[in-house]
Design a protein around this ligand. Structure first.
Ligand SMILES: NC(=O)c1ccc[n+]([C@@H]2O[C@H](COP(=O)([O-])OP(=O)(O)OC[C@H]3O[C@@H](n4cnc5c(N)ncnc54)[C@H](O)[C@@H]3O)[C@@H](O)[C@H]2O)c1
Length: 352
């Protein structure tokens, strides 16, 4: 049975990984996979109180964490921001841990990827990246539709991700741009559905809130041309008070619109298929992080090398780097709403 060490107790580590793991350990699904011993947690800036039920064991250093854990049967979750990754990976490797999950995006740029792969190779880390939209039931259904050919050839993909991210953008600075927050999720799906791609257009905008200007954190827009001709457009807005995670696939003979769950409040997804003048909608459970963790822990327990998601996530970082370079080199400076002309260059979104 595997134990867990969570490093970084922010949004990802504390509010996503910890509750999902706790739930899985308590459910019948987790039987024989997750140890009942406490989940060890570490964050230099947050030392939570231990829980009365003994489910977590906070530690003051990674060395202290290592003293109570056997690396051969521990999965490490690196939930620090992309800017605080490489040193953490090196430290856990030096302490003997090999089974390591890293939050997305794997890195903020190509240089970071090269350094992460160096650490992986030097220490033979069994590295997996959290790209849980690939484990989503909605993504699986979309993939099945694409490969079945039921609606003919896939022509285009459009993803729209909106949410308010004012407080976290004001309080933290681990993400260099809006490309690093939500876009990696839908980009993983686009690559899974339509294969390799190149960036043909990209733009971003600043966030301005309450007199503060946060560069590049307002919105991000990315257009891809896949090698087999499909066009993908992804638009992510972090200044919206509405939450939405929508994906639309246009086929030769129909259209599919999917909505991923938008928050931890409810883990249902919705999918509508339109073809031959008819429309069918289904709603279903879609707890993708739990599915991802189950699959990954099973792989680690069986001693598998988990590399497939790593390659795809390296590709994601490369495409996002190309998009950022395009923006820096004077691509469109303002991310507009998809399908409309962008506002004038240099304009920022004002929110007060
Ligand atoms: N998969 C998802 O749905 C999802 C959701 C949220 C965030 N994320 C990703 O998770 C990563 C973290 O984002 P977040 O929103 O949780 O950030 P956050 O700022 O909320 O939390 C990061 C935490 O890491 C800690 N930290 C920094 N350096 C550390 C170190 N050297 N050792 C231990 N802890 C350290 C910080 O003190 C902070 O508490 C990002 O890459 C983000 O994109 C993924």
């Amino acid at each position: 049975m595997l134990r867990t060490l969570i490093i970084g107790l922010g949004q990802a580590g504390w509010t996503l990984h910890l509750p999902v793991l706790t739930r899985l350990r308590d459910s019948a699904y987790g039987e024989g996979l997750f140890s009942a011993e406490p989940i060890v947690v570490y964050d230099p800036d947050r030392l939570p109180a231990g829980r009365r039920d003994g489910t977590i064991a906070p530690k003051r250093s990674l060395k202290e964490a290592r003293e109570v854990l056997d690396p051969a049967r521990t999965v490490v979750h690196v939930c620090t921001p992309p800017s605080a990754r490489i040193e953490v990976l090196r430290q856990v490797a030096e302490l003997g841990f090999r089974k390591v999950l890293v939050e997305k995006p794997l890195s903020a740029d190509r240089a970071g990827i090269a350094r992460i792969l160096e650490v992986r190779d030097a220490w033979d880390l069994n590295l997996s990246v959290v790209s849980h939209w690939l484990d989503s039931t909605l993504t699986r259904r979309l993939t099945k539709l694409v490969y079945s050919g039921r609606l003919g050839e896939l022509r285009s993909i459009e993803a729209t991700q909106r949410k308010p991210r004012f407080s976290r953008s004001l309080d933290t600075n681990g993400h260099p741009s809006a490309f690093d927050v939500e876009v990696p999720h839908s980009l993983a799906v686009a690559l899974r559905l339509a294969g390799e791609a190149t960036v043909v257009d990209a733009s971003w905008s600043d966030m301005e809130v309450n007199g503060h200007l946060i560069p590049r954190m307002g919105a991000a827009r990315l257009v891809l041309r896949h090698d087999h001709g499909v066009r993908t457009e992804i638009f992510s807005e972090l200044t919206s008070l509405l939450r939405e995670r929508r994906i639309t696939l246009e086929f030769e003979r129909g259209r599919v619109t999917g909505y991923y769950p938008v928050s931890r409040d409810d883990d249902h997804a919705l999918m509508t298929v339109e073809t031959d003048g008819r429309e069918e909608t289904e709603i279903f459970r879609d707890d993708s992080l739990a599915s991802f963790l189950m699959r990954t822990y099973r792989g680690y327990a069986a001693g598998h090398r988990i590399t497939s998601d790593l390659e795809l996530n390296v590709e994601i970082v490369s495409l996002l780097s190309d998009a950022k370079h395009l923006c820096e080199a004077g691509g469109r400076e303002t991310a507009g709403v998809p399908g409309t002309a962008p506002s004038s260059p240099g304009t920022v979104k004002h929110v007060r």
